[in-house]
Design a protein around this ligand. Structure first.
Ligand SMILES: *[C@@H]1O[C@H](CO)[C@@H](O)[C@H](O)[C@H]1NC(C)=O
Ligand SMILES: *[C@@H]1O[C@H](CO)[C@@H](O)[C@H](O)[C@H]1NC(C)=O
Ligand SMILES: *[C@@H]1O[C@H](CO)[C@@H](O)[C@H](O)[C@H]1NC(C)=O
Ligand SMILES: *[C@@H]1O[C@H](CO)[C@@H](O)[C@H](O)[C@H]1NC(C)=O
Ligand SMILES: *[C@@H]1O[C@H](CO)[C@@H](O)[C@H](O)[C@H]1NC(C)=O
Ligand SMILES: *[C@@H]1O[C@H](CO)[C@@H](O)[C@H](O)[C@H]1NC(C)=O
Ligand SMILES: *[C@@H]1O[C@H](CO)[C@@H](O)[C@H](O)[C@H]1NC(C)=O
Ligand SMILES: *[C@@H]1O[C@H](CO)[C@@H](O)[C@H](O)[C@H]1NC(C)=O
Length: 329
């Protein structure tokens, strides 16, 4: 049964008001990230300031039977290593998972992050010879040997949350591979009607913290039991907006069968305002601050989510950065 019909039934049965639901389609909120079947191949134009996952290992290790793998939740302020405490002061935290074999003591780090830095996941490039915005918005999991204690402990934390048997770890590793192949795009924003916990959520983010939350669920699914005494908070970067307005799928706006040049031009012009992808990190932060000012004045935002474009009528306070408790599974 379609969602529209369900809505109509609800409306009719609860209010006894007869409404014509034949034309309007109702999105069901919040809108979740849609799973892809293929790995996204980034455009050759995309190139980050730093290489993605330089020390990554492509084969997830196996552990001997009888081994136990300890699992740690690891946190540190974002970008601290290049920006001093700027992002830390904003209160944005980066999350990762630590894994350690009880038998051998060998340890590993898993983190999920942008291939071409955060700003490239919010604003595409408008390139002269392209008729559509060029997105460098991939995200992926990076699995590498070792845990650099100092990196996490000096301003963050390493907290043990659960253990897995080697067999459970093997199963989880299969999930990790699948998850990495089916979720290739980074979505920075959580979009909500307001800043209160109970306010309607419009879009669910898909970032490093969502990866940790998915991973823990997947560990629970293969049989891991979490220590419920551990309480962890996660960063959310929230855009505040009235109900989003769906514009069209990317292919319908920019593809061969496009039918609305006005919309295509509107989007190209809007994103053209944000073409400040600087190699210089100080300039980069200046441009972020300029962007915040712009939103305060204009109250408009074009969101790209699940390969479609949406218009967001932004509202005060526009951007809200929070650190919220999410229970372990
Ligand atoms: C964004 O992408 C461009 C083009 O690939 C790249 O030059 C730049 O370093 C990336 N990062 C930032 C923060 O702009
Ligand atoms: C399009 O422009 C980009 C950046 O200016 C350049 O790297 C690329 O080679 C151009 N592609 C074509 C097909 O001209
Ligand atoms: C996830 O995918 C990226 C490519 O998109 C790859 O570089 C990385 O090694 C993969 N991670 C794992 C854990 O397989
Ligand atoms: C991970 O292994 C490294 C190298 O042996 C060690 O220095 C570090 O203390 C270990 N960290 C954890 C959290 O197990
Ligand atoms: C932790 O924070 C202090 C003070 O801001 C800074 O000097 C130090 O480099 C940070 N440590 C790491 C590992 O980033
Ligand atoms: C895609 O679907 C599978 C199976 O439901 C799930 O395990 C995986 O985590 C999903 N990927 C993402 C990126 O949500
Ligand atoms: C085309 O897009 C513009 C801008 O979003 C919109 O105002 C207009 O109604 C659209 N026209 C059609 C025919 O969909
Ligand atoms: C953790 O989250 C809770 C509930 O969301 C909040 O009340 C608390 O202040 C947060 N802790 C920190 C350190 O921000």
């Amino acid at each position: 049964m379609s969602k529209v019909i369900i809505w109509c039934l609800l409306i009719v049965s609860y209010t006894y008001v007869l409404v014509d639901c034949s034309e309007e389609t109702w999105p069901v909120y919040p809108i979740y990230y849609s799973n892809r079947s293929k790995v996204a191949v980034p455009d050759s134009y995309c190139e980050g300031l730093f290489p993605f996952c330089p020390a990554g290992i492509s084969h997830i290790p196996t552990f001997g039977s009888g081994d136990t793998i300890e699992v740690f939740a690891m946190k540190k302020p974002v970008w601290q290593f290049i920006t001093g405490n700027f992002m830390g002061k904003l209160g944005i935290w980066h999350d990762a998972i630590g894994l350690r074999s009880k038998k051998t003591g060998l340890n590993f780090t898993v983190e999920w992050y942008e291939l071409y830095e955060l700003l490239n996941c919010t604003f595409p490039h408008i390139v002269d010879n392209r008729t559509s915005p060029l997105w460098c918005n991939q995200g992926a999991a990076c699995f590498y040997r070792g845990i650099i204690d100092k990196l996490w402990l000096s301003n963050g934390s390493i907290t043990k949350v659960t253990e897995m048997t080697s067999k459970q770890f093997f199963e989880w590793g299969k999930w990790l591979k699948l998850d990495n192949d089916t979720g290739p795009y980074y979505e920075t924003w959580r979009v909500k009607e307001g800043t209160k916990r109970e306010d309607q959520e419009w879009f669910v983010p898909f970032d490093c913290a969502s990866f940790i939350l998915r991973s823990f669920k997947a560990m629970k699914k293969v049989g891991a039991e979490f220590n419920q005494n551990v309480k962890l908070n996660y960063s959310f970067i929230t855009l505040c907006s009235d109900e989003p307005i769906f514009l069209a799928n990317e292919a319908d706006i920019f593809g061969p069968n496009k039918h609305n040049d006005t919309l295509a031009k509107t989007l190209m012009d809007w994103y053209d305002n944000f073409q400040s992808h600087h190699k210089n990190i100080v300039k980069w932060f200046e441009s972020i601050l300029k962007i915040f000012d712009y939103f305060e004045i204009e109250h408009e935002f074009y969101l790209y989510y699940n390969k479609a474009y949406w218009f967001l009528p932004l509202k005060h306070p526009i951007i809200d950065i929070t650190y919220e408790y999410v229970p372990l599974p």
